[in-house]
Design a protein around this ligand. Structure first.
Ligand code: SF4
Length: 334
């Protein structure tokens, strides 16, 4: 495994006391695969992946039982949760072994440096190239992500590019250090629909050309179907369902996964109203007792779901669901 997360819980100190937006998350990712992390905003997806790069705010701490294991280029296992904040190993991990791209591309670029300056700095830090060699690699990466006139773009500022071009440039910057894992946090959400499709296509082909692994964060299961091989569905800081994308989409076991699927528009359902999951996700500071989803679940069993938290049921090839009603064939409770 390239990445293995076990029992990750993240606490935040707030004015209202300690809150736990991520609770006992376990995930793994094999080399060359894409994991889709899906859920509404507030489900803990971004916080989970920020913990992998240790870029959480100072008010956050990992619970002592949290384990994050990452296999680096040399094959050595890094205990990410143990790295000290200013260590060389952590700097090598961030932007080197693990690249990250965000929803809003402007946030990734400084307005006072050209795109090339920033790419060359990342290349110098993580690949040890300088001068002309670093610049040539920056231009090559801009060409690889399909930017026209890359030798001109490299000397431009982010604000001179359109939204779609900027997101391509962000991808080029993240990839210029040849990361083994790319974390993409809603990278297409801020883009027009046609540009979204182009960027998704680009990411899919780059991922398979470069053989890297990817964690793709989104609120949209439709996007996951296009880009990922495995999916983990998050709700209120926990994984409620996990498995190969095809199996989960064909036969969703958790009521929340089914709700997310019903919220996807499709051509053969144009005449039917979309049925998004009713209500809002609760705050982690007011986590419901029992199953965290029971306040919104149409299948909730009073006296059970609102009292007792469900356990993980493991079944099939790598599938897991956390729901009292899950009774797939050959299931085992974890
Ligand atoms: Fe719904 Fe109960 Fe399953 Fe939770 S455990 S998802 S409330 S049926």
């Amino acid at each position: 495994m390239l990445l293995s997360i076990e029992n990750l819980s993240i606490n935040f100190r707030t004015d209202e006391g300690l809150i736990t937006p991520v609770q006992e998350v376990s995930l793994s990712l094999a080399e060359g695969r894409t994991l889709g992390l899906v859920g509404e905003s507030g489900s803990g997806k971004s916080v989970t992946t920020k913990a992998l790069m240790r870029v959480l705010p100072d008010s956050a701490t990992l619970a002592p039982e949290s384990r994050i294991r990452f296999r680096d280029k040399t094959g050595a296992t890094i205990n990410v949760e143990k790295l000290s904040p200013n260590s060389r190993a952590l700097r090598a991990l961030r932007g080197g072994e693990i690249g990250m791209i965000f929803q809003e591309p402007m946030a990734s670029f400084s307005p006072v440096y050209t795109i090339g300056n920033q790419m060359i700095e990342a290349i110098r830090l993580h690949k040890g190239l300088r001068g002309r060699a670093a610049r040539e690699l920056a231009v090559e990466m801009l060409a690889k992500v399909g930017l026209s006139e890359p030798a001109t773009r490299v000397d431009q500022y982010a604000f001179e590019l359109s939204g779609g071009m900027r997101q391509r440039a962000v991808i080029a910057m993240a990839l210029s250090a040849s990361p083994r894992l790319l974390i993409a946090d809603e990278p297409t959400t801020a883009l027009d629909v046609t540009i979204q499709a182009q960027v998704l296509d680009l990411m899919r082909s780059l991922q398979s050309d470069l053989g890297m692994s990817m964690i793709f964060i989104t609120h949209d299961l439709g996007v996951i179907a296009q880009i990922a091989q495995d999916v983990a569905v998050m709700y209120l800081g926990t994984i409620v369902e996990r498995g190969p994308v095809r199996d989960v989409l064909k036969d969703p076991q958790h009521p929340y996964t089914r709700g997310l699927l019903q919220a996807i528009p499709s051509l053969d359902r144009l005449s039917r109203r979309l049925r998004p999951v009713p209500g809002d996700i609760p705050s982690p500071s007011a986590r419901p007792r029992g199953c965290p989803f029971h306040t919104r679940c149409a299948e909730m069993k009073p006296g059970l779901c609102d009292v007792t938290a469900p356990r993980d049921t493991v079944f099939g090839k790598g599938r897991m669901v956390r729901c009292h009603l899950a009774e797939p064939a050959q299931a085992q409770s974890a």
